[in-house]
Design a protein around this ligand. Structure first.
Ligand code: SF4
Length: 270
């Protein structure tokens, strides 16, 4: 029996892709199975979710917290086609370069969802020039900006998830990231913390002397149905500086993806 768990938090339910992600970001927290099983068939995810939906109230599905739905685009598209049947707002997270037939398929999904529901995207970046080291097998930041631009062109709002915000990355990189994202037409930025498990597996690549100086506290990860207890590293002063920088350039800043998705819902609510 596969251990798939769902949880309603802030009106949303996180839905897994169910396949290990090949992108290999150094800070990735999905590899040890603490936020869900590594391999689950799409049908199993969907059967469990449909059952959960009959017993719980929620408005939004956030798809792709355990992997990247568009690392294997056929799977991502097929799962989205099923998810629209639940009649919820949908948001997906990705670092993929989305174009061509995959973009066309997303356009169809957007259309089928109807005007009373929203489809939006979170495109994640944690650095710019350091991406070949930190996110070595992941589409480049420029390719991800192409994704933002393409999604916007077909009417899908796209936010930039700057998370985790990495303590050893120079602020100049974040300025490049903000400039690139605004040029691509993004709808805003979500700044987020860095998580580490007990063994420090997701933060090994960060120089210890830098991490030591970042405020960290143990938390039960609030968005995960599997509730791992991890250390949440968050330098609020630095986050505020980056927020001020983004806003000075005309960007909107959100502190949670739930708030970003809600802004899209509010925009269609009379
Ligand atoms: S894209 Fe996301 S799921 Fe994939 S390796 Fe990077 S952080 Fe992990």
């Amino acid at each position: 029996m596969v251990d798939i768990q769902f949880k309603v938090e802030k009106g949303r339910v996180l839905v897994p892709v169910g396949l290990p992600c090949p992108f290999g970001c150094k800070y990735c927290y999905t590899r040890n199975g603490e936020v869900g099983p590594a391999r689950v068939k799409p049908d199993e995810v969907l059967v469990h979710l449909r059952k959960f939906a009959t017993q719980h109230e929620f408005t939004t599905i956030q798809f792709g917290y355990d992997s990247d739905p568009f690392a294997f685009p056929e799977r991502g598209i097929a799962m989205l086609q099923c998810l629209i049947e639940l009649g919820k707002h949908i948001n997906f997270s990705t670092k993929a370069c989305i174009e061509g037939t995959v973009l066309d398929a997303l356009g169809e999904i957007r259309h089928k969802l109807g005007k009373h529901l929203t489809l939006s995207a979170l495109v994640s970046l944690s650095c710019w020039e350091s991406a070949p080291i930190v996110e070595p097998h992941t589409p480049t930041p420029a390719e991800r900006m192409r994704t933002v631009n393409n999604l916007k062109r077909i009417g899908i709002p796209a936010f930039i998830a700057v998370r985790p915000l990495l303590p050893h990355i120079a602020e100049a990189e974040y300025e490049h990231l903000i400039d690139g994202a605004l040029r691509a037409g993004c709808d805003g930025f979500i700044l987020g913390p860095l998580y580490a498990d007990e063994k420090g597996r997701f933060v090994k690549f960060i120089p210890a002397e830098i991490l030591r100086n970042v405020p960290g506290r143990k938390v039960v990860v609030p968005w995960s149905a599997h509730a791992p207890v991890w250390t949440r590293y968050e330098d609020e002063t630095r986050m505020q500086r980056i927020m001020v920088l983004a806003e000075a350039k005309g960007g909107h800043v959100f502190w949670s993806s739930a708030d970003a998705v809600q802004s899209v819902v509010d925009a269609i609510t009379p």
